[in-house]
Design a protein around this ligand. Sequence first.
Ligand code: GTQ
Length: 345
Amino acid sequence: MHALGRLEDLPQDYRDELTRLNLVPLWPNLRALLPPGLPSRNTRPVHWPYATLRPLLMRAGELTPMEKAERRVLVLANPGHGLDNMKVSPALYLGMQLLLPKEWAPAHRHTPNAVRMIVEGRGATTTVNGEQCPMERGDLIVTPTGQWHEHGHTGDEPVVWLDVLDLPLMVYGEVSYSEEGQRQTVKPGRGDQAYAAGGIVPTPWFERGREAYPMLRYPWKDTRAALLALAQSQPDLQAVQVTYVNPDTGRDVQNNLGFGALMLRPGQVLKLPARSPAQVFHLIEGVVDAQIADQRFQLAEADTCCAPGYETLTLSNRSATAAAFLFIADEAPLHRKLGVYEVRP
Ligand code: GTQ
């Protein structure tokens, strides 16, 4: 691939004239915009150990009351994108949120899609469009675009969860905004009960498919049991992995980000192919080593790390006796919509 002309090769008066008229020559920038074979990525592999994050989050609980925070969150930011941009990757935002006993994070709704992965504590609930979802370790609760949501806490210990949003994408698209709302009235009925068993869904006498988000809470006990059953029934299966889907359509639960859970058998070393989407891993249970590009992270329970797209990954279960369980978020649905989703063998 031959070198192209540089900006400095052009006479200053010509460059000045272009600038004055809001014009830019393509050729000095062409290789940066369209690099050969592989995109350039600002996303770096980063590890956020929970043991170092937790004390700082608890201190935020002392320093900043709810009225001054609305959402008390420490954002997990990727230095490769600049910390101030508060993103992990082009489409992924991660925040660790703290709610103390008796606190209330008031109702609002916004264009970005959000999910919560509960990290610790009991007694909190998120109410999404009137459905009150209990929050327990490992549960996934979705608050899709435009849905009212608020967080409450009647327990007696701090509750912490990981927020995963497509906020950077919405900001990039200049479509990110929110509205404040009133405290919601809780409606009877819950999607995680109506859709409690895989392959069996409520009979749609009248309105099948009308409800875009029939299931808002995915209890961890069910996901964990599904992974164990899958591992047991398919002993040769390498990637014991499940995807969180809309049970009515079988499609990704949200529009832009994909969510899943992975089990590593005792002692298992799992090599994953390079795929275009960036990914986030959160360790729910066990001890795991993650080799991502040239970085090696020793993950302890509740640790979070990220991987840029187009990199191979190796996940190793450091325990020879116990399975390990990871929550995964990625940009795959977005890449599929863009028509750029790739797996490189
Ligand atoms: O809990 O609604 O981490 O609106 C960032 C924005 C959490 C939330 C975040 C939000 C929320």
